[in-house]
Write a protein that binds this ligand. Structure first.
Ligand code: SAM
Length: 224
Protein backbone atom coordinates (compact mmCIF):
# COMPACT_ATOMS: atom_id res chain seq x y z
CA UNK A 1 0.00 0.00 0.00
CA UNK A 2 1.18 3.51 -0.85
CA UNK A 3 0.22 6.52 1.31
CA UNK A 4 0.94 10.20 0.62
CA UNK A 5 0.33 12.82 3.31
CA UNK A 6 -0.03 16.49 2.38
CA UNK A 7 0.54 18.80 5.35
CA UNK A 8 2.11 22.10 6.38
CA UNK A 9 3.88 20.28 9.23
CA UNK A 10 5.73 17.21 7.89
CA UNK A 11 8.04 17.03 10.93
CA UNK A 12 5.05 16.21 13.14
CA UNK A 13 5.05 12.74 11.57
CA UNK A 14 8.78 11.93 11.93
CA UNK A 15 8.60 9.90 15.14
CA UNK A 16 5.24 8.38 14.30
CA UNK A 17 6.48 6.99 10.98
CA UNK A 18 9.76 5.55 12.24
CA UNK A 19 8.69 3.95 15.53
CA UNK A 20 7.05 0.68 16.51
CA UNK A 21 4.71 -1.30 14.28
CA UNK A 22 4.42 1.33 11.54
CA UNK A 23 8.19 1.83 11.44
CA UNK A 24 8.67 -1.91 10.94
CA UNK A 25 5.89 -2.09 8.34
CA UNK A 26 7.67 0.60 6.34
CA UNK A 27 11.04 -1.15 6.67
CA UNK A 28 9.48 -4.37 5.39
CA UNK A 29 7.83 -2.51 2.50
CA UNK A 30 4.30 -3.45 3.63
CA UNK A 31 3.29 0.21 3.85
CA UNK A 32 5.07 2.93 1.92
CA UNK A 33 4.49 6.45 3.28
CA UNK A 34 5.65 9.76 1.79
CA UNK A 35 5.05 13.06 3.58
CA UNK A 36 4.96 16.29 1.56
CA UNK A 37 4.98 19.92 2.60
CA UNK A 38 2.10 21.71 0.86
CA UNK A 39 4.24 24.87 0.95
CA UNK A 40 6.50 23.28 -1.70
CA UNK A 41 3.68 23.91 -4.20
CA UNK A 42 3.22 27.58 -3.31
CA UNK A 43 4.55 29.67 -6.15
CA UNK A 44 4.67 33.25 -4.85
CA UNK A 45 7.71 34.89 -3.26
CA UNK A 46 6.48 34.29 0.31
CA UNK A 47 5.29 30.74 -0.41
CA UNK A 48 1.80 31.66 0.78
CA UNK A 49 -0.65 28.83 1.48
CA UNK A 50 -3.48 30.78 3.13
CA UNK A 51 -5.53 33.93 2.67
CA UNK A 52 -8.36 35.84 4.38
CA UNK A 53 -11.87 34.34 4.12
CA UNK A 54 -14.00 35.74 1.32
CA UNK A 55 -16.94 37.52 2.96
CA UNK A 56 -14.85 38.44 5.98
CA UNK A 57 -14.56 36.86 9.40
CA UNK A 58 -11.85 35.59 11.68
CA UNK A 59 -8.84 33.47 10.73
CA UNK A 60 -7.33 32.33 7.46
CA UNK A 61 -8.31 29.76 4.86
CA UNK A 62 -5.96 27.45 2.96
CA UNK A 63 -5.81 28.49 -0.69
CA UNK A 64 -6.77 26.45 -3.73
CA UNK A 65 -3.61 26.83 -5.80
CA UNK A 66 -0.97 24.98 -3.71
CA UNK A 67 -3.38 22.23 -2.65
CA UNK A 68 -4.69 21.54 -6.18
CA UNK A 69 -1.08 21.41 -7.41
CA UNK A 70 0.00 19.11 -4.54
CA UNK A 71 -2.86 16.67 -5.07
CA UNK A 72 -2.36 16.64 -8.83
CA UNK A 73 1.36 15.90 -8.29
CA UNK A 74 0.90 12.89 -6.00
CA UNK A 75 -2.39 11.33 -7.11
CA UNK A 76 -2.52 8.22 -9.29
CA UNK A 77 -5.46 6.73 -11.22
CA UNK A 78 -7.84 5.05 -8.76
CA UNK A 79 -6.25 6.49 -5.63
CA UNK A 80 -8.50 7.63 -2.78
CA UNK A 81 -8.09 11.27 -1.66
CA UNK A 82 -9.10 11.88 1.93
CA UNK A 83 -9.48 15.21 3.74
CA UNK A 84 -9.30 15.15 7.54
CA UNK A 85 -11.89 17.50 9.00
CA UNK A 86 -14.03 17.78 12.15
CA UNK A 87 -17.17 17.98 9.99
CA UNK A 88 -16.30 14.74 8.18
CA UNK A 89 -17.82 11.29 8.64
CA UNK A 90 -16.77 9.79 12.02
CA UNK A 91 -13.82 7.43 11.51
CA UNK A 92 -14.40 3.83 12.71
CA UNK A 93 -12.63 0.48 12.85
CA UNK A 94 -14.85 -0.69 9.98
CA UNK A 95 -13.68 2.22 7.83
CA UNK A 96 -10.05 1.52 8.81
CA UNK A 97 -10.40 -2.05 7.62
CA UNK A 98 -12.04 -1.00 4.34
CA UNK A 99 -9.31 1.58 3.66
CA UNK A 100 -6.60 -1.04 4.30
CA UNK A 101 -7.67 -2.72 1.02
CA UNK A 102 -6.91 0.40 -1.08
CA UNK A 103 -3.65 0.46 -3.00
CA UNK A 104 -3.03 4.22 -2.81
CA UNK A 105 -4.34 6.75 -0.29
CA UNK A 106 -3.70 10.51 -0.27
CA UNK A 107 -4.37 12.32 3.03
CA UNK A 108 -4.85 16.08 3.09
CA UNK A 109 -4.37 17.88 6.40
CA UNK A 110 -5.89 21.33 6.84
CA UNK A 111 -4.85 24.21 9.07
CA UNK A 112 -6.27 27.62 10.15
CA UNK A 113 -10.04 27.72 9.48
CA UNK A 114 -9.75 24.83 7.04
CA UNK A 115 -9.47 24.68 3.24
CA UNK A 116 -11.25 26.40 0.36
CA UNK A 117 -14.54 24.55 -0.27
CA UNK A 118 -13.72 24.15 -3.99
CA UNK A 119 -10.95 21.69 -3.07
CA UNK A 120 -13.44 19.63 -1.08
CA UNK A 121 -15.97 19.76 -3.91
CA UNK A 122 -13.66 18.54 -6.65
CA UNK A 123 -10.47 16.69 -5.67
CA UNK A 124 -11.51 15.00 -2.40
CA UNK A 125 -13.19 11.57 -2.42
CA UNK A 126 -13.89 11.22 1.28
CA UNK A 127 -13.89 13.36 4.44
CA UNK A 128 -13.10 11.84 7.82
CA UNK A 129 -13.31 13.15 11.37
CA UNK A 130 -11.40 11.45 14.19
CA UNK A 131 -13.76 12.81 16.86
CA UNK A 132 -16.01 15.59 18.08
CA UNK A 133 -13.28 18.07 18.97
CA UNK A 134 -11.16 20.51 16.97
CA UNK A 135 -7.40 20.03 16.49
CA UNK A 136 -5.11 22.86 15.40
CA UNK A 137 -4.32 20.99 12.16
CA UNK A 138 -5.08 17.65 10.52
CA UNK A 139 -1.63 16.05 10.69
CA UNK A 140 -2.28 14.08 13.88
CA UNK A 141 -5.70 13.11 12.52
CA UNK A 142 -3.99 11.68 9.41
CA UNK A 143 -1.57 9.80 11.69
CA UNK A 144 -4.47 8.31 13.66
CA UNK A 145 -6.21 7.08 10.51
CA UNK A 146 -2.97 5.67 9.03
CA UNK A 147 -2.08 3.89 12.27
CA UNK A 148 -5.54 2.32 12.58
CA UNK A 149 -5.73 1.14 8.96
CA UNK A 150 -2.13 -0.14 8.82
CA UNK A 151 -3.01 -2.70 11.49
CA UNK A 152 -5.39 -4.31 8.97
CA UNK A 153 -2.77 -4.58 6.20
CA UNK A 154 -1.82 -8.28 6.00
CA UNK A 155 1.44 -9.02 7.82
CA UNK A 156 1.72 -5.66 9.58
CA UNK A 157 0.72 -7.10 12.96
CA UNK A 158 2.92 -10.15 13.54
CA UNK A 159 0.04 -12.19 14.93
CA UNK A 160 -3.07 -11.82 12.74
CA UNK A 161 -5.23 -13.29 15.46
CA UNK A 162 -4.53 -10.32 17.72
CA UNK A 163 -7.12 -8.47 15.61
CA UNK A 164 -9.95 -10.88 16.28
CA UNK A 165 -10.76 -9.92 19.89
CA UNK A 166 -9.91 -6.23 19.67
CA UNK A 167 -12.32 -3.55 20.79
CA UNK A 168 -14.93 -2.83 18.08
CA UNK A 169 -14.40 -6.17 16.29
CA UNK A 170 -17.91 -7.67 16.28
CA UNK A 171 -19.15 -4.48 17.99
CA UNK A 172 -17.74 -5.41 21.40
CA UNK A 173 -15.08 -3.81 23.57
CA UNK A 174 -12.04 -5.90 24.49
CA UNK A 175 -11.96 -8.11 27.60
CA UNK A 176 -9.64 -7.29 30.56
CA UNK A 177 -6.07 -8.51 30.07
CA UNK A 178 -3.66 -9.85 32.73
CA UNK A 179 -0.05 -11.01 32.65
CA UNK A 180 2.40 -12.44 35.19
CA UNK A 181 2.71 -12.38 38.15
CA UNK A 182 -0.68 -13.94 38.87
CA UNK A 183 -0.82 -12.00 42.15
CA UNK A 184 0.65 -8.51 42.40
CA UNK A 185 0.51 -6.43 45.59
CA UNK A 186 -2.25 -8.66 46.87
CA UNK A 187 -4.33 -8.31 43.67
CA UNK A 188 -5.07 -11.73 42.18
CA UNK A 189 -5.84 -12.19 38.49
CA UNK A 190 -9.13 -14.06 37.84
CA UNK A 191 -8.61 -17.73 38.64
CA UNK A 192 -10.21 -18.95 35.42
CA UNK A 193 -7.25 -17.52 33.46
CA UNK A 194 -4.90 -19.89 35.32
CA UNK A 195 -7.16 -22.92 34.90
CA UNK A 196 -5.88 -24.02 31.50
CA UNK A 197 -9.54 -24.64 30.57
CA UNK A 198 -9.79 -22.86 27.23
CA UNK A 199 -13.55 -23.25 26.90
CA UNK A 200 -14.05 -21.67 30.33
CA UNK A 201 -11.56 -18.89 29.49
CA UNK A 202 -13.33 -18.11 26.20
CA UNK A 203 -16.70 -18.01 27.99
CA UNK A 204 -15.36 -15.73 30.75
CA UNK A 205 -13.81 -13.37 28.19
CA UNK A 206 -16.97 -13.17 26.12
CA UNK A 207 -19.02 -12.37 29.25
CA UNK A 208 -16.53 -9.69 30.23
CA UNK A 209 -16.76 -8.17 26.75
CA UNK A 210 -20.53 -8.09 26.86
CA UNK A 211 -20.62 -6.64 30.38
CA UNK A 212 -18.04 -3.94 29.66
CA UNK A 213 -19.73 -2.99 26.40
CA UNK A 214 -23.15 -2.77 28.07
CA UNK A 215 -21.66 -0.52 30.79
CA UNK A 216 -19.47 1.75 28.66
CA UNK A 217 -20.81 1.60 25.11
CA UNK A 218 -24.39 0.27 25.00
CA UNK A 219 -24.76 1.88 21.55
CA UNK A 220 -22.40 -0.78 20.12
CA UNK A 221 -24.60 -3.68 21.24
CA UNK A 222 -27.52 -2.48 19.15
CA UNK A 223 -25.26 -2.74 16.03
CA UNK A 224 -24.76 -6.50 16.58
C1 SAM B 1 -8.78 24.45 13.39
S1 SAM B 1 -9.26 23.13 12.35
C2 SAM B 1 -10.52 23.86 11.36
C3 SAM B 1 -11.85 23.71 11.99
C4 SAM B 1 -13.00 24.19 11.13
N1 SAM B 1 -13.02 25.63 11.06
C5 SAM B 1 -14.30 23.72 11.73
O1 SAM B 1 -14.81 24.35 12.65
O2 SAM B 1 -14.79 22.64 11.30
C6 SAM B 1 -7.89 23.00 11.26
C7 SAM B 1 -7.72 21.65 10.59
O3 SAM B 1 -7.50 20.65 11.57
C8 SAM B 1 -7.98 19.40 11.10
N2 SAM B 1 -8.87 18.86 12.13
C9 SAM B 1 -9.27 19.50 13.26
N3 SAM B 1 -10.05 18.74 14.01
C10 SAM B 1 -10.17 17.55 13.36
C11 SAM B 1 -10.90 16.35 13.63
N4 SAM B 1 -11.63 16.21 14.73
N5 SAM B 1 -10.80 15.33 12.75
C12 SAM B 1 -10.06 15.47 11.62
N6 SAM B 1 -9.37 16.59 11.31
C13 SAM B 1 -9.42 17.62 12.16
C14 SAM B 1 -8.62 19.64 9.76
O4 SAM B 1 -7.73 19.24 8.74
C15 SAM B 1 -8.85 21.15 9.75
O5 SAM B 1 -8.80 21.68 8.46
Amino acid sequence: MRIDVLTLFPAMLDGFLSESILGRARERGQVEVAVHNIRDWATDKHRTTDDRPLGGGAGMVMKCEPIFAAIEAVQTPGCRRIYLTPDGVPFTAARAEALSHESHLVFLSGHYEGIDQRIRDTVIDEELSIGDYVLTNGTLAAAVVIDALARFVPGVLGEEKSLTHESFTRCLLDFPQYTRPATYRGMAAPEVLLSGNHTAIEKWRREQQERKTARLRPDLLSKN
